[in-house]
Design a protein around this ligand. Structure first.
Ligand SMILES: N=c1c2ncn([C@@H]3O[C@H](COP(=O)(O)OP(=O)(O)OP(=O)(O)O)[C@@H](O)[C@H]3O)c2ncn1[C@@H]1O[C@H](COP(=O)(O)O)[C@@H](O)[C@H]1O
Length: 121
């Protein structure tokens, strides 16, 4: 049975293939050839565009929503390119998120702050 998130998994597979084969005429190949610096600068640029779209979202009706979803797609694509470039599968990120499941960010942050205060051995 198909799942609405299947396209994400298929995209990740395509990007892993791009990382391995580096075919000519591929935008992903071009990004990967620029390394983590090039991919990272696109992530930064796309994150800024997503933030802008989020700020313009309210009161923009369907057009604002569409623009926001479009920009989120760009950011997610570039983030997945970075994962594929570094040979990390989406399932590894999912496992990390599963590990965090049920732990509030506030609780996790407090435990980090406590550790900082512990005397060094
Ligand atoms: N999902 C995407 C996707 N989302 C965004 N983009 C590209 O990301 C770029 C977004 O950056 P900008 O808007 O800043 O565009 P730009 O100014 O042309 O980019 P730069 O020259 O600054 O890098 C555009 O070129 C988009 O086409 C994507 N390119 C590819 N994919 C997927 O990746 C697959 C493999 O693509 P190729 O590797 O190019 O064959 C495709 O079949 C798609 O499924």
């Amino acid at each position: 049975m198909s799942h609405p998130l299947d396209p994400l998994v298929r995209l990740m597979q395509t990007l892993q293939e791009r990382a391995e084969l580096r075919p000519a005429g591929s935008y992903t190949t071009k990004l990967m050839e620029g390394g983590a610096t090039k991919i990272g600068s696109k992530i930064r640029e796309e994150a800024d565009e997503l933030i802008e779209a989020a700020q313009e979202f309210s009161g923009n009706g369907d057009e604002g929503r569409e623009h926001f979803v479009y920009e989120a797609g760009d950011l997610i694509y570039h983030t997945l390119v970075m994962l594929a470039y570094r040979g990390v599968d989406l399932s590894e990120v999912a496992s990390e998120l599963a590990r965090r499941e049920g732990t509030s960010g506030l609780v996790e942050k407090a435990s980090r702050d406590d550790k900082k205060d512990e005397p060094k051995q």
